[in-house]
Design a protein around this ligand. Structure first.
Ligand code: GCB
Length: 609
């Protein structure tokens, strides 16, 4: 009985720490704050049995009376009789940011817990607040500072932070992260995905020093449908009234000062003419400063409008065709998750080489830097959360998690002009509970940001030679977007697919989220031979023919820019743990189909000039 009570107590405690975190959104534009980078070499311990977390009765050390006993104590043997069965100082190191799979052969296929430790030196000041900020940890992170637990975060692709004011020591500090990438059915994503489950601290880590009443969040964007009314909002970290905040854009000679209300917020709109609008052809970003008595935040922000009218997508009031491609957060030339600006730029430059004006950042939030690069390079963005395939639709905790990830994505990227679509998921199977879940996510996205489109990658079904799209979720979203694999998973060879017709229930712009087929770069044969570049080339030619029958077609993001690693892809010759649907091979070589799509996009560019 005591044991049961104790367990309940533990469950409650862990729920408290998750939900407490859930209310705090992370600091906007972390790069422009006063930060100490905690990137670099971290010592790590692989812990498949979670020996550093549970005692031998499988009770967590950090829930025990003393709260100690786990690896987060970061103990070292003091005298020769002392028994300590781990040692961070003598353990190997890995780079942070960086997934562990690409840094050690032993960890390539590992799924489970790894402990990571970083020591750092700081001299905290008494009138400041401090936070440890993580760009992303996949999947569940337990974070400890100097042996004390800061909290838990779930979700592998969104930023989070913990306050450490009063917890830092002057001098050496020890930050320990237990990162666990175990796939679980009730999580977001769930156990089954077609991508590598890269574990670890995959994005930047910072110690941020903030003034007492710091600006936690801000937004500066055009209001829906207007090309000269700016909406400016600010949220201080706490409810402090009477703080003056000045927003300025020197190039526009714009300078405005507003005062926070009792909630510590500002929500203002004002007209400003002569704004040069952001577009792929004119990726104009303005240097913006947001200043308070104690802060000076620099950003680069573009302004544009996006909307739909009938079957048209209007960018700055003009109909556009989205010449896109899907992208994973992985560059085939570099092992593991993307982590440097150069590698990200290479990916986006490849998209530009194909004459794209649009990218789908599938299937989860990519690095903030990637979205900032899209702003700078002039690429429109579809941003997505990993609500992928068979989610636990009826579990309220699963929904809360999905909602949190969507919220964190929107909070982080809402000032990026490039982002025009919030996608709430991919290929989710029809059912009433799923419809509820997805409908609620669509409402969440709209309530957080009414200026962008909300969409999801839907599925189609077939009746003879008719491809039917009638998913009821189509009512609640702005685009008709679906994945279809005619010529690859069904429908015969590429030459047979042009006889398919479409039956689409909604009168909205159609933006195909996926089609494609695998080709092993450099393997040549006739167009009926699977895995050959010629097969993929014929598939692209005929897909384009087939899709061009759709009058409402306003864009596409075929699957996918580059080959990417996936444990689901096991053919020893053609796949070898790679999904080969890339238009660029594992070695960075453009396959034949790349040029088919490029030709089509050249034509579309002229048509929509
Ligand atoms: C899909 C998924 C994508 C897969 C792709 C494939 O429909 O959305 O994540 O990688 O198909 O290659 O099968």
């Amino acid at each position: 009985m005591i044991k049961l009570k104790y367990r309940l107590f533990i469950i409650c405690l862990s729920l408290v720490s998750i939900s407490t975190y859930a209310q705090v959104s992370s600091i906007q534009n972390i790069q422009s704050r006063k930060i100490l980078s905690l990137n670099g070499k971290w010592n790590y311990i692989i812990d498949p049995y979670e020996n550093g977390f549970y005692d031998y009765r499988h009770d967590p050390f950090d829930q025990s009376k003393s709260g100690s006993g786990g690896f987060y104590d970061d103990k070292v043997q003091k005298d020769k009789a002392e028994l300590i069965e781990y040692n961070f100082d003598l353990s190997p190191q890995m780079n942070v940011p960086g997934d562990w799979n690409s840094q050690s052969e032993k960890l390539e296929l590992y799924e489970g817990t790894v402990w990571l430790r970083r020591k750092f030196n700081t001299q905290p000041e008494t009138d400041k607040r401090y936070f440890v900020y993580f760009g992303a940890v996949n999947y569940e992170a337990h974070v400890y500072l100097n042996g004390k637990k800061l909290g838990i975060h779930k979700g592998g692709f969104t930023p989070f932070q913990f306050e450490v004011t009063g917890k830092l020591k002057a001098g050496d500090n020890t930050l320990v992260v237990k990162a666990d990438n175990t796939r679980k059915p009730d999580e977001i994503p769930t156990i089954n995905t077609d991508w590598w489950n890269y574990g670890g601290i995959t994005r930047d880590v910072f110690l941020a020093e903030m003034p007492q009443h710091y600006i936690n969040d801000y937004k500066l964007q055009l209001v829906k449908g207007s090309n000269n009314t700016l909406s400016f909002s600010v949220k201080l970290a706490d409810a402090t009234a009477g703080q003056n905040i000045t927003v300025s854009i020197p190039e526009l000679k714009l300078e405005k000062t507003f005062t926070t209300d009792t909630e510590g917020t500002i929500n203002q709109q004002f007209i400003w003419n002569k704004i040069s609008l952001w577009s792929p052809e004119n990726p104009k970003l303005y240097a913006v400063t947001i200043k308070s008595a104690t802060e000076n935040i620099q950003d680069k922000i573009g302004f544009r409008t996006i909307g739909v009218q009938g079957t048209d997508i209007l960018l700055n009031g003009k109909s556009v065709f989205l010449r896109g491609i899907s992208i994973h957060d992985e560059n085939p030339l570099i092992a593991g998750r993307l982590r440097s600006e150069g590698d990200m730029r290479m990916m986006l430059q490849w998209a530009k080489d194909m004459n794209c004006n649009y990218v789908r950042l599938a299937h989860y939030p990519h690095n903030e830097e990637m979205v900032r690069l899209a702003d700078e390079m002039g690429l429109l963005v579809w941003a997505e959360v990993p609500v992928y395939w068979t989610i636990s639709w009826t579990n309220p905790a699963t929904y809360a998690n999905a909602k949190q990830q969507l919220t964190d994505l929107i909070v982080r990227d809402k000032n990026r002009a490039s982002v025009i679509v919030w996608s709430i998921g991919n290929e989710t199977p029809l059912s009433e509970p799923r419809h509820q879940f997805m409908g609620n996510l669509a409402e969440t996205a709209r309530s957080l940001d009414d200026t962008r489109l909300v969409a999801a990658a839907l599925e189609v079904h077939r009746d003879g030679k008719t491809i039917i799209l009638n998913d009821p979720l189509g009512e609640k979203i702005d685009l008709v977007s679906f994945n279809e694999y005619a010529g690859w998973y069904w429908g015969g060879t590429p030459s047979e697919i042009t006889s398919y017709k479409f039956d689409i229930k909604y009168n909205k712009p159609v933006v195909i989220t996926e089609f494609g087929g695998d080709a092993l770069g450099g393997f040549h044969a006739d167009e009926n031979t699977r895995w050959s570049e010629e097969y993929q080339e014929a598939l692209y030619k005929n897909q384009i023919k087939m899709l061009s029958q759709i009058n409402a077609l306003r864009g596409m993001t075929p699957w996918i820019l580059t080959d990417f690693r996936s444990p689901r892809r096991q053919h020893p010759v053609y796949q070898n743990f790679w999904n080969r649907k890339g238009l660029i091979s594992e070695t960075g070589k453009k396959k034949k189909a790349f040029f088919v799509l490029k030709d089509f996009y050249n034509q579309m560019q002229i048509k929509y000039k």
